[in-house]
Design a protein around this ligand. Structure first.
Ligand code: SAH
Length: 223
């Protein structure tokens, strides 16, 4: 890389963080994680010039890498602590998993497309994000062998929180997900699991409006 390109990259990265701050991300640990993970390492090669732009970008298999602001926002609302074990549904590019790996003890991330799971696993290995495990599987079933999880983040939209995921969330745990119909209004929701004398209660807080690709059942039959 020429120094001119390097300089441009520094300017882009500074703008990237400034945008997150201006849009209301205040948690310093989240901002630091967003600063540490290079989004350019996770976007498709054809989108490199836009890696620092605050927009979603296409990746393989007709999926998308989320907008940086939305990644930062969901991460902030997830309230990840260093001792937490986090489950992510929808690995996609691996970018969100990399950001989480900076904040959590352990991240398990499930992707239904084998191609995306393999690519993300490779990128995370290259970047030495050693506390992330990528699994090719159906995220709607979660990962019962590794449950319970302190935090769960779903990065594809569904009308309801999948029952298996609610089951695998620890007591007092937080789940963040985009909720709503495939082609209709979707919102990020924060679900907090609470044990009461009458059983488990899921408190729900509705947050910002978003647009996500759908959470689909089963592993993809395509690659
Ligand atoms: N978190 C990703 C963005 C993912 S886009 C990133 O940082 O790049 C949503 C992803 O969810 C897609 O890759 C899609 O294939 C995946 N997905 C949808 N339904 C799924 C399911 N049931 N199990 C696992 N992954 C799923």
């Amino acid at each position: 890389m020429t120094s001119e390109n390097g300089q441009q990259n520094d300017i882009d990265r500074a703008g990237f963080l400034l945008t997150l701050r201006q849009r209301g991300i205040t948690d310093q640990t989240v901002l630091r994680a967003m600063e540490q993970v290079s989004r350019a390492d996770f976007v498709a090669s054809g989108s490199l010039a836009k890696a620092q732009a605050d927009q979603a970008l296409p990746i393989d298999c007709g999926q998308t890498i989320s907008q940086p602001y939305v990644v930062a926002y969901m991460t902030e609302r997830l309230e990840v602590k260093p001792h937490h074990r986090v489950l992510e549904i929808g690995t996609g590019s691996g970018y969100q998993a990399a950001v989480l790996s900076e904040l959590a003890r352990e991240v398990v991330s499930i992707e239904r497309f084998r191609t995306l799971a393999d690519q993300a696993r490779e990128k995370l290995k290259t970047g030495a994000y050693d506390n992330v495990e990528v699994i090719h599987g159906d995220g709607m079933a979660g990962c019962p062998d590794r449950a319970p999880f302190d935090r769960i983040i779903v990065t594809a939209a569904a009308e309801e929180a999948p029952a298996a995921l609610v089951e695998q969330l620890a007591d007092g745990g937080i789940m963040i997900m985009p909720r709503g119909p495939h082609n209709g209004p979707q919102h990020i929701v924060k679900l907090t699991k609470r044990q009461t004398p009458d059983g488990v209660v899921l408190d729900e807080e509705r947050l910002i409006a978003v647009r996500f690709v759908p959470l689909l059942p089963g592993r993809s039959r395509e690659l």
